[in-house]
Design a protein around this ligand. Structure first.
Ligand code: HEC
Ligand code: HEC
Length: 324
């Protein structure tokens, strides 16, 4: 009997240690963060124009951070509410989650008006809010850490400072346990800023950078149940998205001829980005083409060039289930 008690005591102690370890890792040592860096956004028209280009047509910040018309192809934002924040329709599989992209206009009370440039830069690339709250990584801060140079980041901030302030108070994003715990472990201080966009003369590198910074993978990769990308299935599609038009699966956009975009001509692909029309002739809803259409022709060509070199993966994606 004595020995059983001893074993139970040891097991109990080990369990307690494991729990303490988890608490230590995710609640004491996380989120990993540093004080906001001292950075100052420029105010030159060139920097503001560069920031506007990125925010509207490349990183697409305004597609996530504005109320949008979900019943229209490409989900255009509502002009008068640019940057005022967005509340997503609830996913029935996660009833206690609320995904809310905050107001990023310069409004002092409800937006970024009283944030320093360094605090905004830290949120964009290091994933913590002004008060140190870890951000849910649907905000693509890891992607931005790997792709946006200091100059790109500051140009984005320079442009955000010129938006019309919108008074729009929103609740914070709410994520259920245990995902909320793991989310705390994601933010990380920037070790070395990215070199930013490669020059247009290096078409492949430029296209790869665009594929990354536009977050194509966040929607078009094939994911497991824990929403981790499955190795070897980059851009092979399948993720389901819900919007007011119904349930749409992200298509396979690898160069596979039968199940991907291998059989598309460059013009077919340009039509996707410029007009939001898929090869089958159907208007594309959830795909943010309405934002990408303002990309320069040179950048679109580089993007298409790089997309064609993604490894072909055979993966059949279910057809859309449109309402009405
Ligand atoms: C795919 C959608 C998406 C994109 C694209 C996106 N964001 Fe976000 N962003 C979010 C969500 C959702 C949150 C809230 C996360 C949370 O609260 O846990 C957020 C949070 C933030 C915050 C923190 C605000 C606060 O009050 O804590 C800032 C600042 C921000 N985003 C700026 C940007 C900028 C600038 C860009 C473009 C470079 C951008 N975001 C692109 C979805 C997005
Ligand atoms: C927010 C999620 C999201 C992002 C980001 C996104 N896509 Fe899409 N994309 C979709 C969805 C969903 C569809 C299917 C839309 C529909 O059928 O209504 C789609 C459709 C497409 C199509 C059309 C395929 C066909 O069936 O004709 C292409 C090509 C494409 N995306 C490429 C890209 C590229 C390249 C990027 C990055 C520059 C990108 N997408 C970024 C969600 C996304």
């Amino acid at each position: 009997m004595k020995i059983v008690k001893r074993i139970l005591a040891v097991v109990g102690a080990l369990l307690l240690l494991a729990v303490l370890g988890v608490v230590l890792k995710f609640y004491v040592l996380s989120p990993k963060m540093r004080p906001a860096p001292a950075m100052t956004a420029p105010t030159s028209p060139e920097a503001i124009a560069r920031g506007k280009y990125l925010v509207h047509h490349v990183t697409g910040c305004v597609a996530c951070h504005s109320p949008v018309r979900t019943d229209q192809p490409g989900e255009p934002y509502i002009e008068e509410k640019l940057g005022a924040g967005r509340v997503w329709e609830k996913d029935p599989s996660y009833p206690d989650w609320e995904i809310i992209a905050p107001n990023i206009t310069p409004d002092k009370d409800t937006g970024l008006g009283n944030w320093s440039d360094g605090e905004i830069a830290r949120a964009i690339r290091e994933g913590v809010s002004k008060d140190g709250r870890p951000l849910f990584p649907m905000m693509p801060f890891q992607t931005y850490a790997a792709t946006l140079s200091d100059d790109d980041t500051l140009a984005i901030i320079a442009y955000l400072r010129t938006l019309a302030p919108q008074s729009n108070k929103l609740a914070a994003t709410k994520i259920g346990f245990p995902v909320s715990m793991f989310v705390r472990g994601v933010p990380a201080p920037l070790e070395k800023p990215s070199a930013g966009a490669p020059p247009a003369s290096d078409k492949k590198a430029r296209g790869d950078w665009l594929l990354k910074v536009c977050s194509c993978s966040d929607c078009h990769d094939t994911f497991n149940e824990k929403r981790e990308p499955i190795p070897g299935k980059r851009l092979a599609g399948g993720e389901a998205f819900r919007s007011s038009v119904g349930k749409i699966h992200a298509p396979n956009i690898t160069s596979d001829k039968a199940t991907g975009i291998g059989a598309y001509s460059d013009d077919d692909l340009r039509r996707v980005f410029n007009e939001g029309v898929g090869k089958a002739g159907r208007p594309l809803y959830f795909m943010p083409w309405w934002y990408y259409k303002g990309m320069t022709d040179e950048d679109k060509d580089a993007l298409i060039f790089a997309l064609r070199q993604v490894d072909a993966v055979s993966n059949v994606v279910p057809p859309p289930e449109l309402k009405k």
